[in-house]
Design a protein around this ligand. Structure first.
Ligand code: NAD
Length: 265
């Protein structure tokens, strides 16, 4: 870790943890790190908060592949938060004593018909923004796969598989598998409408196209992780696994599966 010395702290201003954050910054300086205001100049980006803050830290700093993202929790340890704000010295020790390995998490890329594109670390969600159901046509590569009618669809990364996807009974996916998982939110299944009804997983060579069926509900909420887009009539949405991977620390005895066990069992 010795070459990584420029550190940027990402947190909500006015945080109740301001005092601990100042201590953390001072300790970082005492240990030879340089604090930088602009995330662009940092090679370590430390997010202080919960998983939601980590998702925002990655998004607002542009999903940088050349930076190491470090999650520091202010509450319970989450999936992206390997360190606890109460254990600052443990964090500095780990970084300085090279106890950390780097792990790389897959992301997905969402291309909208108007050429705008976005990355997601947890998931892309497409949900009805009004009380009416949403109709979506799904194409896998060029194959028309199904017409969905219901509340929405969630396309998750492997690390996102333990988040929203899990609440929809999706499978938990090892982040070493480069793939994306598609899960339904309350599909209607009867003699008129039929969908697969279970989550399915696509490999990194597949592409998913989702087209809104114009049935009077043109107001989906489309969200990239925890950020909603204000897009009306989005046209076709293409989703595939991206080449971008997010680097974060891997501590001893804190693998993805340690976290799954710690959180859910
Ligand atoms: P937050 O930090 O308050 O997160 C909410 C909860 O989700 C926390 O318990 C957090 O630890 C957990 N979480 C977030 N990412 C996770 C992951 N990859 N694996 C396991 N748990 C995870 O912040 P937020 O901004 O509300 O979080 C956004 C995330 O919340 C979204 O990306 C989505 O995955 C999830 N979400 C879940 C549901 C649901 O389960 N019904 C609904 C909406 C959003």
């Amino acid at each position: 870790m010795s070459e990584r010395k420029n550190i940027h702290f990402f947190y909500r201003k006015g945080s109740q943890f301001e005092e601990q954050i100042i201590r953390l910054k001072n300790l970082a300086i005492d240990n030879g790190f340089t604090l930088v205001e602009q995330a662009d100049n940092a090679n370590i980006i430390a997010s202080i908060g919960g998983d939601g803050t980590f998702l925002q830290a990655v998004r607002q700093t542009g999903f940088r592949e050349d930076a190491l993202y470090v999650g520091v929790s202010t509450g319970q340890l989450g999936f992206y938060c390997d360190f606890d704000i109460e254990d600052i010295s443990g964090m500095i020790d780990a970084m300085l004593n090279e106890q950390v390995e780097v792990r790389r998490y897959p992301t997905i890329k969402v291309n909208m018909e108007n050429d705008a594109s976005f990355y997601c670390l947890n998931e892309c969600s497409i949900r009805s923004g009004i009380i009416k159901t949403l109709s979506l046509d799904l194409y896998i590569d060029d194959l028309f796969f199904e017409r969905f009618k219901g509340d929405g669809m969630i396309i998750s990364t492997p690390t996102g598989s333990t988040a929203y996807n899990k609440s929809l009974d999706g499978a938990i996916v090892d982040p070493k598998l480069p793939c994306m998982q598609i899960s339904e939110v309350a599909s209607i299944n009867n003699n008129h409408y039929r969908t697969l009804g279970s989550s399915f997983i696509l490999s990194d060579s597949r592409s998913l196209d989702i087209r809104l069926v114009n049935e009077g509900n043109n107001f989906p909420i489309i969200a990239m992780d925890n950020e909603a887009l204000s897009i009306r009539e989005p046209g076709s949405i293409n989703i595939r696994l991206s080449d971008k991977r997010i680097k974060t620390v891997k501590l001893k005895d804190n693998s993805f599966w340690h976290k799954v066990k710690r959180s859910f069992l």
